[in-house]
Design a protein around this ligand. Structure first.
Ligand code: ARG
Length: 563
């Protein structure tokens, strides 16, 4: 029986005439103070029917309690508090984890239905930013987490690969660029050309006309324009791919903005049919004042379609082709109005599934307290950040464990894992400052700390040559173990909370707490001493290792066996 039901049943035998089992179960709370027990039953609801003060009711119930399933049942003011039998609970949960392995906490809630995740989505010819990194790792973690509870995630990289900037790039490239320079360092060179164009266009406004003309050619499928665009795109992608490879993040689709060029007419037609388009200073808009939102711009006065129109076409395409149960957009907080408008337009079009669309916003990464901007050239190059993190991890490994065989592989896993963990450990809406030293520390609330704790548990199990058995009672009763047991036991709830709130930090926090509780256990208890309890202690180590590994996997991070 689940422990909450166990507690509720014990209360139910005393209150059959007043409350039913489900109501009692729903009333149960976790005591705010740890030393007050594991579950608390508030008696306030009974005051009226029993015509007694809650304190008195709690005291009476404590006295009448007959169940022997608990270590202790006591009244604490108006609450009836339960102390679980630690031996029983620990053995129960350790058995479950031993049987299920990393599948502990899996659920079938998603029924195999699809969740599309619009994530990463950098812009062609521009460096992939810290914001895109956030989108990539948050999206990837959400894919893993929703998959664990039974959904089928579908990861979409909605590349920013269309727009008037390509006209400018073509002009700049034809005037001042060379193929060799682009091939040697695509993003750097394309960015230089772009910045150059803007500087020169200030004194030579005719450049802008040329750029417009080239973009028009591109829209009309001119072969030279298309070829250049295609080439910029593929060179950029190659460079993005290096980062995705380092992060080991993959996508199910790279359909970006350009993919929707021939799919926007459909949206415009639908809007026309429903008489939703209005002319406003030559532009076509959808009025959204009923939603307290500014109008959505569908077509500019020169007939050009927009980011919004592409996103509407993409939403329709995704519903039609993937039949998603939910559709997530992992995009910075600064675009939240855009997604509100998008949902509102879909609602106006009569699509109920607009309610299944979720913008998953996240906060800003700053450097030394300042915002980063591409335009001022103030960017952190992601590849550099990752390489620095790997180098720093390598240094620490060499100092701590110079004989480790696969040092480079582990340094890679630790360095990259550190950056990813740092990104995911705070509530995603928080802004945070990026400081490499803090990110790769082996102590404190860091990725390496969790990985290190995992490796420590692996090493204990190796030393003991321990193999868990599914039919042994592994009972642990001491306080240090209990803190660990509680974190193991709450895992299925934790996974659900992370998934329901689309919040990977819930998993990262669980990993930190579990690692901390385990390290405290390790400091206070001699695990390897050969006594009667030893198998139970090792089973605990085994369970900790299993869930730390699973936590890290969900976040998209490796768990090396040794480091
Ligand atoms: N390319 C955009 C940017 O870098 C993000 C695109 C997000 N996805 C979307 N469907 N709008 O800001």
């Amino acid at each position: 029986m689940e422990e909450k039901t166990l507690v509720a049943s014990a209360i139910y035998t005393l209150l059959k005439d007043q409350l039913d089992l489900a109501t009692i179960e729903n009333l149960l709370e976790r005591p705010k103070v740890k030393t007050h027990g594991d579950w608390a039953f508030p008696t306030f609801v009974l005051a009226k029917s029993l015509r007694q003060a809650p304190q008195k009711i709690a005291a009476d119930l404590a006295e009448k309690m007959v169940s022997t399933d608990f270590e202790q049942v006591v009244a604490v003011g108006p609450y009836l508090n339960f102390f679980l039998d630690k031996g029983q609970v620990s053995s129960h949960v350790l058995q479950k984890i031993i049987t299920a392995g990393t599948h502990f906490g899996d659920a079938t809630i998603g029924n195999g239905e699809t969740i599309t995740i619009d994530m990463s989505s950098p812009n062609i010819a521009k460096p992939i930013s810290m914001g895109h990194l956030r989108s990539t790792v948050i999206g990837n973690a959400l894919a893993n987490i929703t998959q664990k509870i039974g959904y089928t995630p579908y990861k979409i990289n909605h590349l920013g690969d269309w727009g008037t900037q390509f006209g400018k790039l073509i002009v700049a490239y034809k005037k001042w660029g060379t193929a060799d320079a682009v091939k040697a360092a695509p993003i750097k060179e394309l960015l230089r050309l772009y910045v150059d164009f803007h500087e020169k266009a200030e004194n030579q406004p005719e450049l802008n006309d040329e750029a417009r003309a080239w973009f028009k050619k591109l829209e009309e499928n001119d072969s030279e324009a298309l070829e250049l665009w295609q080439w910029f795109r593929s060179e950029s992608l190659k460079e993005f791919q290096k980062i995705y490879d380092m992060l080991e993040v993959s996508f199910d689709s790279y359909n970006g903005e350009a993919f929707y060029n021939d799919k926007m007419d459909k949206v415009v037609t639908l809007l026309e049919e429903k008489h939703l388009l209005k002319l406003d200073q030559g532009a076509e808009i959808v009025d959204l004042s009923a939603y307290d939102l500014n109008p959505a711009l569908i077509k500019k006065s020169d007939g050009a379609t927009l980011y919004m129109t592409r996103d509407l076409a993409a939403a329709l395409y995704r519903k039609e082709n993937y039949n998603f149960a939910k559709s997530l957009y992992v995009v910075g907080n600064e675009q939240s109005i855009h997604f509100k408008q998008m949902k509102a337009v879909l609602k106006e079009l009569g699509f109920d599934w607009a309610d299944d669309i979720y913008h998953i916003p996240f906060g800003l990464i700053t450097k030394d307290g300042k915002k980063l901007s591409t335009r001022k050239g103030k960017i952190i190059l992601l590849e550099e950040v990752l390489n620095d993190a790997i180098a720093s991890a390598k240094e620490q490994i060499q100092a701590k464990n110079p004989n480790l065989p696969n040092q480079d592989e582990v340094a890679h896993q630790v360095g990259v894992g550190a950056v990813v963990f740092h990104d995911l450990k705070n509530d995603r809406l928080n802004n945070f400052d990026f400081n490499l030293e803090e990110v790769v520390r082996f102590e404190g609330e860091t990725g390496p700390y969790v990985q290190y704790t995992h490796a420590r548990s692996a090493s204990i199990l190796r030393k003991a040559n321990f193999t868990p058995a599914a039919d042994i009672t592994y009972a642990l009763t001491d306080e240090n173990a209990w803190e660990v047991i509680k974190l193991l036991q709450s895992y299925p709830e934790t996974v659900l909370r992370a998934s329901n709130n689309f919040e990977p930090s819930v998993i990262a926090k669980h990993a930190i707490q579990l690692a901390q509780a385990f390290n405290k256990y390790y400091a206070n208890v001699k695990i390897l001493v050969a006594d009667e309890e030893q198998p139970a202690r090792l089973a605990l180590v085994y369970a900790v290792k299993t869930l730390l590994k699973e936590d890290l996997r969900l976040l998209g991070i490796h768990a090396p066996e040794e480091m």
